[in-house]
Ligand binder design. Sequence first.
Ligand code: NI
Length: 194
Amino acid sequence: MLLPIEAYGSSALRKVGEEVPEDYPQLQELIDNMLETMYNAPGVGLAAPQLNLALRLFVIDSTQFYDEEDEEETEEKGLKEVFINPEIIEKYGEDTFYEEGCLSIPGIREQIVRPSQIHIQYYDRDFNFHDEQFEGLDARVIQHEYDHINGVLFTDHLKPIKKRTLQKSLNEISQGKVKVQYKMRFPKQQKKRV
Ligand code: NI
C-alpha cells in the first residue's frame, strides 16, 4: 500500500523517533509499505517520520542507483537494507560534498557536506543485530535517513544565506504549490472551495 509522504513544513518531520519494539504491531506490513512507497516515488531512502510515524526506522535501496550510474564495474554495488533502532557510533573519514534531495522536499537539490565513513549498529527487519561500517554513497544515504529519525532535514545543514535563497521554494512546498508524481501530505495547503 502506498502511503502519503509528509512535505516540508510538517511537524511530523521534526519529531525525534522512538525506539521500535520488537512486537510493534504489523511491523512487517509497515516495512513492506515503506519499501513500496519508496520504490514508487522513486527514492533511494525513506524514513518513518516522512510517513507521520515517530519511529527509529528507515529503509534504503540504492542498488538501482548504482546500476544506472555505474556502467563500469565498481566495488560499490549499493545497499538494500531495513534499519531499525540504528545508532551511529562514529562518523569519520573525509568531509565530502554531494548533491542531496529528499522525497519530502521535492524539486530541491543542494550540495551537502558529510563525513565519508560511518560505524553504525542497527537491527534489520528480522531483528538481527548488525555492527557495520559504510562508506561512499551508502554512508551518505544512511546519514540522510538517520537525520530524519532525529527530526533533521538536509536543508538544516545549509548555511543560513543559502537557506534564505531557498525559503520561498520551501514555503511553496509546504503549501502544496509543487508538482510531484507521488502522493504527499502538505501541511499548509489551502482547502479548495467548492
Ligand atoms: Ni529525506
